[in-house]
Design a protein around this ligand. Sequence first.
Ligand code: CA
Length: 306
Amino acid sequence: MELRFSGATDTGRVRSENQDAIFVPPRPAPRGRPTFFILADGMGGASGGAVASRTAVEVVRRELERTSARPPWDRALAAAARRAAQAIADKASRDPALRGMGTTLVVLALEDAMALVASLGDSRCYLLRAGRLHQITADHSLVAEQVRDGSLTPDQARGHQLRNVLTKALGAIPDAAPDVFSIRVRGGDRFLLCSDGLHGVVGERDIAQALAAPQPEARQVAALVELAKRAGGPDNISAIVVRVADAAGEAGADGPDTPVGAAVTITKLPPPAAAPPRARWLWAAAGLAAALILAAAGYFLADGGP
Ligand code: CA
């Protein structure tokens, strides 16, 4: 499996600061290691959003680069997200200007013929296969959840006042457990990671067309950013395109006219179990020890008092 990729992030036409952050590796990882891509869309006053998204990208990158976990890395992805959430919470607790900051996170990890996608918030991962665009991630937003349970139509959701309210994110919201999806990849697959500065203003038909264009990935990324800017560029715009080329060649055996070839099986993996029993036991022991120390201190203080 050969990977080609490119990514870009842009402030857009309205905002004065770019609070999105991305990571695209300089080259594919060696065999046996995941090649991974990260995109984060920060939120929060002052420069909190930018700090949150950069922290998320840095921490997740560091954690994944040094993971010794075995495939399929779903636990490693979830653990990296937890670490990032902790790092953001720590920074926010040290600096009042950063209080309440948070960020979305979407990570694509590819190795051998397997892709894993981890997501929190409303940044998205799409897959274009045989001419058809599939949204792999599900937005964690109030509005998207109401669309899923049928209380809002997609049309009502589009212009909704509360469409930016997230139900999951790193930092501001305590639930930092990402959704993790797995997909078997094929030659010709194209993945897109993007922030809502792109998918919020550019329709899926245009996204699919840009991804299908016979151009190098950097040109596709530039075209996608340009589409968002032409739509007004109201928000920061980020896009990462990853193409899977196989030995058989660019598009593999599937053409756009073969619906069977467009089928994608997206498996949502169960969330990794909470702390293993041993760790829980250690926490319980630590708690008991702390309680004993406090009780002893109280006893001696009371004893030495008037
Ligand atoms: Ca955004």
